[in-house]
Design a protein around this ligand. Structure first.
Ligand code: SF4
Ligand code: SF4
Ligand code: SF4
Length: 356
């Protein structure tokens, strides 16, 4: 039995059960997938991790890089994700993973209630996601305004947390329950169309709110509207969830292709080190993930579509821009934004949105 992809785009809303056993039966422990990431490189074949030290699965960032390397077309990333789900369901999480899970819960729950939430009553909204809203609220406003022009309708804001930090750690139950609350909030505000600025939110909503009209911002914006293209050679880093939705890596590449002098684009999933709340559990291992990307960029300016990735690369002193900063012409961040400032930005964005 092959472990199927549970990639957040299946739309079933029901975590699969029993397939990890199938993975263990079929995996030949050939080790070919271990070159995909520093985690497998350090701890060995995924079948041995799952069977012998399942708690190590919490160090997997869910990037899916290993799947493409398996000669048997198995999905070790899915088997590892299901291992996390199983441990959480059995309440068998301890040590640093338990502490990372508590932090993720506290972050998500705080962002999912007043005073940080806001739903405009506009029919169509831009949902930036926590990271973009906290890091660069000017980009959020500019993107909503640009979407309004492109769609020729008023585009308000929906500010809330989709619980992806918990989803990434395998807590699919809490994420599903939260999605149901978000559904009610959207309905109450009369919102019918949601355009999200974060592919992780898109991943969660496609899984748990598959019947709603939800698109990722780059699916909506046309090519050829780069207001502020960077000079010199750029390296395009794709956030991990880009590889779970057909056509999005190509769309980002197309938007940059004619605007920059020279571009190299990432060809396979390579997490920035933020996925799965890895940095809190094993900062040295997370650094190895980050360095893999910065080394591949080889001194070029990095462009990405995830503010989480932007902050991680800026922390390493690597010049990095969010693609929406370039599209909207908003002043990009030159330094990482602290957690305190991010919460203050989110609060201010919610307050000013309510007063409009
Ligand atoms: S971190 Fe990525 S490449 Fe490594 S095991 Fe997890 S999904 Fe696979
Ligand atoms: S490449 Fe496939 S068969 Fe080989 S160890 Fe990895 S998951 Fe198992
Ligand atoms: S921060 Fe970006 S690269 Fe890292 S896990 Fe999230 S989406 Fe992937």
């Amino acid at each position: 039995m092959t472990v199927k992809k549970h990639d957040g785009f299946g739309g079933s809303g029901t975590p699969m059960s029993g397939t990890t056993d199938g993975f263990l039966e079929e995996c030949s422990s050939c080790g070919q997938c271990t070159s995909a990431c520093p985690f497998l490189d350090r701890y060995g074949n995924p079948d041995r991790i799952i069977a012998g030290q399942p708690e190590l699965a919490f160090l997997c960032t869910n990037c899916t890089g290993c799947d493409a390397l398996c000669p048997l077309s198995l999905s070790p990333s899915e088997a590892l994700f299901q291992t996390k789900e199983r441990l959480i369901a059995k309440d068998s999480v301890s040590g640093k993973a338990a502490s990372a899970l508590r932090s993720a819960r506290s972050f998500a729950e705080r962002g999912h209630k007043a005073p940080f939430i806001h739903y405009s009553k506009t029919g169509t909204v831009f949902w930036p996601g926590c990271s973009l809203a906290g890091t660069n609220p000017e980009t959020v406003r500019a993107t909503a305004s640009l979407l309004g022009k492109v769609l020729e309708t008023e585009v308000g804001l929906a500010l809330d947390c989709c619980f992806d930090p918990l989803y990434q750690m395998g807590d699919t139950r809490s994420t599903r329950e939260t999605s149901n609350r978000i559904r009610e909030r959207l309905k109450k505000a009369g919102i019918e169309r949601i355009i999200v600025g974060c592919m992780n939110c898109r991943k969660v909503f496609r899984e748990y709110l598959p019947d709603l009209d939800i698109q990722y911002v780059l699916e909506v914006l046309p090519d050829g509207i780069m207001d502020q293209p960077p000079a010199g050679k750029v390296y395009l880093h794709h956030p991990c969830p880009f590889y779970r939705l057909e056509g999005i890596t190509e769309k980002a590449e197309g938007m940059l292709q004619n605007a920059v002098e020279e571009m190299e684009a990432q060809r396979a999933p390579a997490c920035c080190g933020l996925g799965g709340n890895l940095a809190q559990q094993a900062p040295g291992l997370a650094d190895q993930f980050t360095e893999r990307v910065t080394m591949e960029a080889c001194g070029s300016t990095i462009i990405t579509s995830c503010m989480g990735c932007v902050n991680i690369f800026l922390k390493k002193g690597q010049e990095t821009y969010h693609i929406l900063d370039l599209i909207t012409g908003t002043k990009p961040k030159s330094k990482p934004v602290s957690s305190v400032i991010k919460w203050a930005n989110r609060l201010k964005l919610a307050q000013t949105s309510r007063s409009r």
